[in-house]
Ligand binder design. Structure first.
Ligand code: PAF
Length: 287
């Protein structure tokens, strides 16, 4: 496994790989790797000749009062995991290489980046799309892998890749959960045991909503009320949003027709957690 620290070296390496016609799979991460990331890496290894994992805690996707400084950075452990997974290249650029003095260019996907998480994190998605565009221009991947856990991010990146003609296939893989139902997230490390228990209401509320929809409930407002009641029973949980939207446009759905995305964001103490489920209303058994 080779660890690459500069954009120039990454570009040269990827261009050499392309000359040999090797396909490049890319898993962008901010490190603190967990089973969710490993599922993306494993898929990339299956589908491509070579896999590149990037580890970069991207400062421009954090708001001024967010957790940039305390975001976990267990680099040695991450490198060990990448080695175990037989990743060929780990790209760890430095912030000053990604954003040198005078940096002024941003990539913004309008509308999709302003709703749901974008409403309370107004500069977040422009930070994500800017860094992902820069990473694509360093790695030149054939396929790039993202988790459904960050469903809005996945929709926005798909849109960006299409709008800006990035020659990359975006693959979105299912959420990986603990046995308890809690969606894996690097931010789960912030939770104490009581908060972790409270955090289970997110996945429980989503499952209950899915059961209601599959059982014939179509009124989104009613489903949101049920979620709100369930979540409010957990004392440490504060609701950021409960949304039922179209899974492509992210526009609110009033009456559920076929499938919909239910997305939640909650504060548990100082930790903001998100979770979601795509429910197919026509399918009475599975979503
Ligand atoms: O999902 C993440 O970990 C980040 O938002 C990403 C895509 C690596 C960009 O920094």
């Amino acid at each position: 496994m080779q660890v690459i620290k500069t954009i120039k070296k990454m570009q040269a390496t990827s261009l050499n790989l392309k000359r040999t016609r090797a396909s490049i799979g890319f898993v962008p991460t901010m490190g603190a790797l967990h089973e969710g990331h490993l599922s993306l890496i494993r898929r990339s290894r299956r589908e491509n000749d070579v896999t590149v994992v990037s580890i970069f805690v991207n400062p421009i996707q954090f708001g001024p009062s967010e957790d940039l400084n305390r975001y976990p950075r267990p680099l040695q452990q991450d490198l060990r995991l990448c080695m175990q997974e037989k990743v060929e290249y780990v790209f760890c650029p430095r912030p000053e290489d990604m954003y040198p003095e005078g940096f002024k260019t941003f990539v913004e996907v309008r509308e999709l980046g302003a709703v749901l998480c974008g409403a309370s994190r107004p500069t977040h998605f422009r930070g994500v799309t800017t860094v992902v565009a820069k990473l694509f221009n360093a790695v030149f991947p054939d396929r790039a892998y993202f988790g459904q856990k960050d469903c809005q991010q996945a929709v926005i990146i798909e849109r960006m890749a299409r709008d800006l003609n990035f020659p990359v296939m975006i693959e979105v893989l299912p959420i990986i959960r603990e046995r308890s139902g809690l969606a894996l997230s690097s931010r789960n490390a912030y939770l104490d045991p009581a908060q972790k228990k409270d955090a289970l209401v997110l996945s429980k509320a989503l499952s209950s909503a899915a059961v209601l929809i599959r059982g014939g409930t179509r009124d989104a407002a009613r489903i949101k009320r049920v979620i709100r009641t369930m979540v409010s029973a957990a004392h440490s949980v504060k609701i950021d949003y409960i949304a039922i939207v179209d899974k492509q446009t992210l526009k609110p759905v009033k009456k559920i027709q076929d499938s919909c995305l239910i997305a939640l964001a909650m504060w548990i103490g100082k930790t903001r957690l998100i979770d979601n489920i795509v429910v197919n209303a026509q399918n009475r058994k599975a979503g």
